[in-house]
Design a protein around this ligand. Structure first.
Ligand code: BES
Ligand code: MN
Ligand code: ZN
Length: 510
């Protein structure tokens, strides 16, 4: 990953391949010329104060996502200036805000793929801004090259930016240092989640995922327990076993326990980890299964968040549950019409084997509930319906507690993840009534994302606060890269979960 440093050096003397500066949209009342952001003063001076005009001549407007390259002025050690759009100018005396900086840094870092070193002279007002730029750089520079060039790694494309110096930070200031360290830990784990999501399903089956989790747990002092098929059978985990029954690669339930001696709260995180979702006997048609390696994105997010919490030494207990299975059709697969006896003891009539996520989550939610945590949050690429409702960049939040749903939404907003609260309308429950079992795994088609949420709610222990994040939209980016989001696995929900763990550590979960 890109190496980060905080630098106090003057911009003209920086030895780098490029200097990154910010440019914002001019206010409407003026000519419409872009405005050079603080941090770029030295560049502007060397251009005799004409930098805004030069940028305008080159077509720059200051819009988000825009990149304008220009030669560095005489006397600069770096040859290139990269001006990156920050969008609208902030109110007087306010900063540009962490998300605008994170996106701009991400765009610049991606643009500079193939370069050795870049200096980021973006407008920093405080430590949080420095953390956001650091995060944007590390997330934006990400690329997944493991399978390119016969395994020699990345030689077909440009290597990610190797080194980034953040200019204008305060390397000796504790808060700045801490913000950059936090950003580094979170971004490294988030990028690891992206790697797992992008890894093809023939290489990442439940057993392989569990092995990755075990190795990471060992490295970071996290307690880990893996239930294999034998243990799952003994324990009565009918949901996870039922989904995994058709695959040659057996299912796993991984429990990761990070504990702090100073913890006052216990947060449980549950992730859907379908390493490939073919739909099972209710097979998905071509056109709907090509990206289904992403169906373990929830488990990848939970895994990343637990490891990040451990690396940050958060004063909270965080338990991660990874419900891992491969959903395949075969002679041993669960059929539509089968009834499963779940870990909770409830019976479920499987009417559609493609509604498998709720089955593995049901067992993991019930397992998580047995420890009576202060709150449970599950994360899942659960329904196409949530994508139809919210589009491809926003995840839905459902909960059995309005205050907790708001807290999760706030956490998402704080870290710059688009999310939106969704209801759990009681009238949709009866659509899942089964003639044969306690409940069916499918209900009304309309509001399918909410129906799935209502199904999950039945497997949360009595009195436990719970929220459900349906990340089917934002988990996997099928379009081109934008901001600090690459094509492919995005690491959706990781930063929201880490923020929630931080909130729990400071004692306020709702
Ligand atoms: N993994 C899918 C949901 C999904 C769809 C995630 C598209 C990401 C992109 C899930 O297992 C699924 O197949 N859900 C069904 C449920 C239905 C059968 C009740 C769906 O949404 O169609
Ligand atoms: Mn499915
Ligand atoms: Zn699925």
């Amino acid at each position: 990953m890109t190496a980060l440093t905080l630098s106090t050096a003057a911009v003209p003397g920086l030895r780098a391949d490029a200097i990154v500066i910010g440019v914002a949209k001019g206010s409407a009342s003026k000519s419409g010329a872009p405005v050079v952001a603080p941090g770029a003063e030295a560049v502007d001076q060397a251009y005799d104060g004409r930098l805004a005009g030069v940028l305008e001549t080159l077509g720059a407007s200051g819009a988000e996502g825009e990149v304008t390259k220009l030669p560095a002025p005489a006397g600069f050690k770096a040859p290139l200036v990269v001006a990156v759009g920050l969008g609208a100018q902030p109110e007087k005396d306010a900063g540009y805000g962490t998300e605008a900086l994170r996106k701009a840094a991400g765009v610049a870092a991606r643009t500079l793929a193939g370069s050795k070193k870049a200096a980021f002279a973006l407008p920093l007002t405080d430590a949080a801004d420095a953390g956001a730029v650091a995060e944007g750089v590390l997330l934006g520079a990400y690329s997944f090259d493991a399978y390119k060039d016969n395994g020699n790694g990345g030689k077909n494309g440009k290597a990610p930016l190797a080194e980034a110096a953040l200019v204008g930070g305060k390397p000796r200031d504790k808060a700045y240092k801490a913000a950059v360290e936090r950003a580094t830990a979170v971004a490294e784990e988030l990028n690891r989640a992206r790697d797992l999501i992008n890894t093809p399903p023939n290489d990442l089956n439940p057993e392989a995922f569990a092995a990755v989790a075990q190795a990471a747990a060992k490295e970071h002092g996290i307690k880990v327990q893996v239930l294999d098929e034998k243990a799952l059978t003994k324990g009565g985990y009918g949901g996870i076993l039922g989904v995994g029954a058709g695959s040659a690669s057996g299912p796993r339930l991984v429990k990761l326990s990070y504990t702090s001696s100073k913890a006052k709260k216990h947060l449980a995180l549950v992730g859907k980890g379908i390493t490939y979702d073919s739909g099972g006997i209710s097979l998905k048609p071509a056109g709907h299964n090509e990206t289904m390696k992403c169906d373990m994105s929830g488990a990848a997010a939970v895994f990343a968040a637990v490891v990040a919490a451990a690396r940050l030494g958060l004063e909270v207990n965080v338990t991660g549950w990874l419900a891992l299975a491969e959903n395949m059709p075969s002679g041993s697969a669960t059929r539509p019409g089968d009834v499963l006896r779940m870990y909770s003891g409830k019976t479920v009539e499987v009417l559609n084997t493609d509604a498998e996520g709720r089955l593995v989550l049901a067992d993991a939610l019930w397992a998580a509930s047995q420890e009576k945590p202060d709150a449970i949050v599950d994360v899942a690429t659960l329904t196409g319906a949530m994508m139809l409702a919210l589009g491809s960049r926003t995840f839905g939040i459902m909960a059995n507690d309005d205050a907790f749903r708001s807290a999760v939404h706030e956490a998402a907003e704080e870290v710059g993840e688009p999310a939106w609260p969704m209801p759990l309308p009681e009238h949709l429950r009866k659509g899942m009534d089964s003639a044969t079992a306690d409940i069916a795994n499918m209900g009304e088609r309309m509001g399918g994302g909410l129906v799935a949420g209502l199904f999950l709610r039945e497997f949360v222990g009595e009195g436990i606060t719970w929220a459900h994040l349906d990340i089917a939209g934002p988990a996997f980016n099928e379009g081109g890269p934008f901001g600090y989001t690459p094509k492919g696995g995005t690491g959706s929900a990781v930063r929201t979960l880490v923020r929630l763990a931080e909130r729990a550590a400071s004692g306020d979960l709702s």
